[in-house]
Ligand binder design. Structure first.
Ligand SMILES: [Fe+2]
Length: 137
């Protein structure tokens, strides 16, 4: 199940809210995948993928701005991970969505689930550690 869990909490409220929103968008994809009907989801898939792109863009910019403000030394490396995500979703959106709707939805969901949760747990948490270290000085 593609759902938010307390384990993913960074403790930075704005970032946690933004992560939850990304999870909500992913949950829409999951709902489509498990609806099990033969409806045509083309418009909705396109809309959801675009929403994912736009929101990820907004969220990544926010995180990177915060990292810059706190002189986070891992910023460049972190930015590369965000960039990888953006490229991957762009590539997905360029596929022939109409003829392979289920394939596109499951690929998007699979990628999002693997990328987002491991990015939060590893990379975003490193930034949180950096902030905690600064606060202790
Ligand atoms: Fe991040």
């Amino acid at each position: 199940m593609f759902r938010w869990s307390e384990n993913y909490k960074t403790g930075i409220d704005t970032i946690d809210e933004q992560h939850k929103k990304l999870v909500d968008i992913g949950a829409k994809l999951e709902d489509m995948l498990y609806a099990g009907d033969s409806l045509d989801y083309y418009d909705y898939i396109l809309e959801t993928i675009n929403e994912l792109k736009d929101y990820a863009d907004y969220h990544f910019s926010y995180e990177e701005r915060k990292m810059r403000e706190s002189d986070y030394p891992g910023l460049e490396e972190h930015r590369m991970e965000h960039l990888y995500f953006v490229k991957r979703i762009d590539k997905l959106a360029m596929q022939d969505i109409d003829s392979q709707q289920i394939g596109v939805i499951s690929e998007a969901l699979d990628f999002l689930a693997r990328w987002l949760f491991s990015h939060i747990l590893n990379s975003d948490m490193k930034y949180v550690d950096h902030l905690k270290g600064n606060a202790g000085k």
